[in-house]
Write a protein that binds this ligand. Structure first.
Ligand SMILES: [Mg+2]
Length: 229
């Protein structure tokens, strides 16, 4: 694990740049969409199951641990319709998101394909990326529906991602704010970068072999990656 920018030559084998969406392509310090989404997930569970907010919070924590996401837990244990849940929780006010010209330029300078791999939906991802001004770089958004609603960090989501997108893991690099989602990526042969936003909510830096680099700032890291070629 290296808290530095890539050195000359280290990115030469990379021909595909894979990005998570939430808290990776935008920073949670700027746009705090995730807590808002969490509130909506809680509301959905309360209404669907007729339980209290506290009970819903306990369920969400367990679902995250046991299944990776709230959606997966609700599907497995309560048979909810996934599209209804996803539409409800992603109905957020995105007007706060402003263009990020520096990020746009940094992505443009990277040689090769750019792909998004998200536990959210294609529609939401495109809405967010278009507001950031970076959507035109990406030829595929692989979402949780494309993975048959099996989320990261479950390995089968990655297997389906590689099959559907034809991304070659050994020539791809994956940027994620949730360190646990990098474990299957590294196991598959991808180079991994932990975008440090998660630390705000999740305590100390994880020390783990599946994180190859730490990026304190995504744009700065990508600029250095382009220069390292
Ligand atoms: Mg994320």
């Amino acid at each position: 694990m290296r808290r530095t920018h890539p050195r000359a030559g280290e990115m030469d084998h990379i021909d595909c740049w894979v990005f998570d969406l939430d808290n990776t392509l935008y920073c949670s310090r700027k746009y705090d969409l995730f807590p808002e989404m969490g509130v909506k997930m809680g509301t959905y569970i309360e209404q669907f199951l007729g339980i209290s907010a506290d009970e819903a919070a306990v369920l969400r924590a367990r679902f995250s641990e046991d299944y990776g996401t709230t959606l997966r837990g609700m599907m497995m244990e309560h048979r909810i319709p996934p599209t209804e849940f996803l539409d409800f929780v992603h109905d957020l006010d995105l007007d706060q998101i402003r263009p990020e010209p520096a990020l746009d330029a940094a992505i443009a300078a990277l040689p090769g394909r750019k792909v998004v791999f998200t536990n959210a939906t294609v529609k939401y991802a495109i809405d967010v990326m278009d507001r950031l001004g970076v959507g035109h770089h990406f030829d595929v958004v692989f979402d949780v529906a494309a993975a048959d609603y099996i989320p990261k960090p479950q390995m089968s989501a990655y297997d389906q991602f590689f099959r559907a997108t034809k991304v070659a893991p050994k020539r791809a690099i994956f940027f994620e704010d949730m360190a646990r989602n990098l474990a299957p990526a590294a196991q598959s042969g991808m180079t991994t970068v932990w975008v440090e936003n998660e630390r705000l909510n999740a305590g100390p830096t994880p020390s783990c072999d599946h994180v190859h680099y730490i990026a304190e700032d995504l744009t700065g890291w990508l600029q250095a990656a382009a220069l390292a070629r």
